[in-house]
Design a protein around this ligand. Sequence first.
Ligand SMILES: [Fe+2]
Length: 419
Amino acid sequence: MKKIAMPIIILVMIGIGAFLAISWAKQPEPKVKTLVEKEKVGVTLISVYDNYQVNPELKTDWGFGCLVKSEKENILFDTGGNSSILLFNLEKMKVDPDQIDKIVISHIHGDHVGGLKGFLKENGDVTVYIPVSFPDSIRKEIESYGARYKDIKEPERISEGIFSTGELGTWIKEQSLIITTQKGLVVITGCAHPGVVNIVKRAKEMFPEEKVYLVLGGFHRPPMAVVKQFRELGVKKVAPSHCTGDPVREAFREEYKEDFIEYGVGKIIKIKEAKLGKVKEKKRVIKTKAKGEIIKYEEESFYSEDDFALILENEDEFKSQLIERFKKEIIGVTAENCKVDLNQSKKSVLLKCDVIGARYGTNSYNMHFLLGNWPFCLYEFKEYEKKLVYDGKLDNVSTLIVFEFPYAYGHCCEHVWPK
Ligand SMILES: [Fe+2]
């Protein structure tokens, strides 16, 4: 009995092993973009350590340090080479070391990590994000001041809207910061040893739907072709400093003109928060009225007092975003003569557009241009003589939809025709 059982057990085990090996091999590689979420934050960037100077009250020194202030946290990216210069500059910029919550160190070179020890003496209540390749001695040192460390290997979220690219490069490994703002991605590099173009490419991989608004920091004397490559990557603004090298910096200045930011110690860059992204309608009414070639589209959205105040504050931006969103969402048709009106007493916003391209045949309409985006079709509408009405939820918002036609109709899931 045992003689037969043993080979069977071995065969079964080999089988299980092979199955596990195949299913393991089939596991898709986790994509970078799935590791991070998208958030739009407002930030103020303050250069507190650099060999270039913008504010003469601050001290310059070879190295890099940039303070990222968001609504939630203050993050110091690199500490320069000398803590007394770092602390002097922080004081001049009216930043108390105690206000800093997190420190991110790009790479191991002294002009980026040198100020860390002296800073931790002032404020040990921080988490220091270091590349995983750092030697243990640095971890011990961080802990000796009561601070915490976090090893970074892969792309990771550091704070709301603020991410690490993860450790890049082969010889000198380095992490860079990516901030998701309403204007696009802001990429901050310490020295860019892995190649500043590679770093920008990593940022785009992590957030494929976002444009690169600004690349800031040390670019590590890249070849001149970097200027053209930045244009090809769609980088809107540049703020090269520290180890970029004057010739490349000047080439950027010439190419980018008003989009070149003179960056150096003391420079402050403010990027506003995407406040409008946070407004949410309480209720909406969507009406369409078909007449000949045109379907008149009307969408009235109602807001809370606070949200409506925010809309009023950013009226032009809100109006253009609303029209842009509608034009992007509709399927297979075009929207013309779009107009947005704000109603102060109702706290509502009314969007009106002429939709062209939904009529087919003699006088039938294809309502797919809206229904294609919605989780229901005309079968869920109530039928009236010339109207189809839906009263329910759309994206969790109470929504009344009224489709009106110039005749008594017959309909299927998305099409409407004269009876
Ligand atoms: Fe450097």
